[in-house]
Design a protein around this ligand. Structure first.
Ligand code: MG
Length: 161
């Protein structure tokens, strides 16, 4: 068994009016939110894919098919909480993670620390092991034209001895 494994995840959702915007489990004040079957939290979806990918356990769509009615409007925090035991069962734990959110508006600067703290709590990590960065797309589509929100997560997993 490898002592370390890396994982990466990426997700993008279309933005539509009057949908709550959730990023990393934190509610963002915004007139638009992700069009999605679940709550459309691109950061938690990327995190879930990175965790599953690192452990060779497939992807978020394998575990939570969008056609399955039981996952309609489900909180992505709940999805993450269903995935964490699978990671523990595979005998891996997160070492550190580095995330980037791509969003033109609203600016996420005021939320970055809260998102970071929430991820650290969800994963039972110290704050210095969790990095959350936010970027705009310089007006280039689809993120820059405010049509989409995206996120990517890279993480290192450590084998539990
Ligand atoms: Mg998604």
């Amino acid at each position: 068994m490898l002592p370390y494994r890396i994982g990466q995840g990426y997700d993008i959702h279309r933005l539509i009016p009057e949908k709550p915007m959730m990023v990393g489990g934190v509610r963002i004040e915004s007139p638009v939110g992700s069009e999605a079957h679940s709550d459309g939290d691109v950061l938690l979806h990327s995190l879930i894919d990175a965790l599953l990918g690192a452990c060779g356990l497939g992807d978020i769509g394998d575990h939570f098919p969008p056609t399955d009615e039981q996952y309609k409007n489900i909180s992505s925090t709940v999805l993450l909480q269903k995935v964490l035991p699978l990671i523990a069962q595979a005998a891996y734990t997160v070492g550190n993670l580095d995330a980037t959110i791509f969003l033109e508006k609203p600016k996420l600067g005021p939320y970055k620390q809260q998102i970071r703290e929430n991820l650290a709590n969800l994963l039972n990590l110290s704050l210095d092991c969790v990095s959350v960065k936010a970027k705009t797309a310089e007006k280039f589509p689809p993120v820059g034209t405010q049509e989409a929100i995206a996120a990517s997560v890279t993480l290192l997993m450590r084998r539990i001895s």
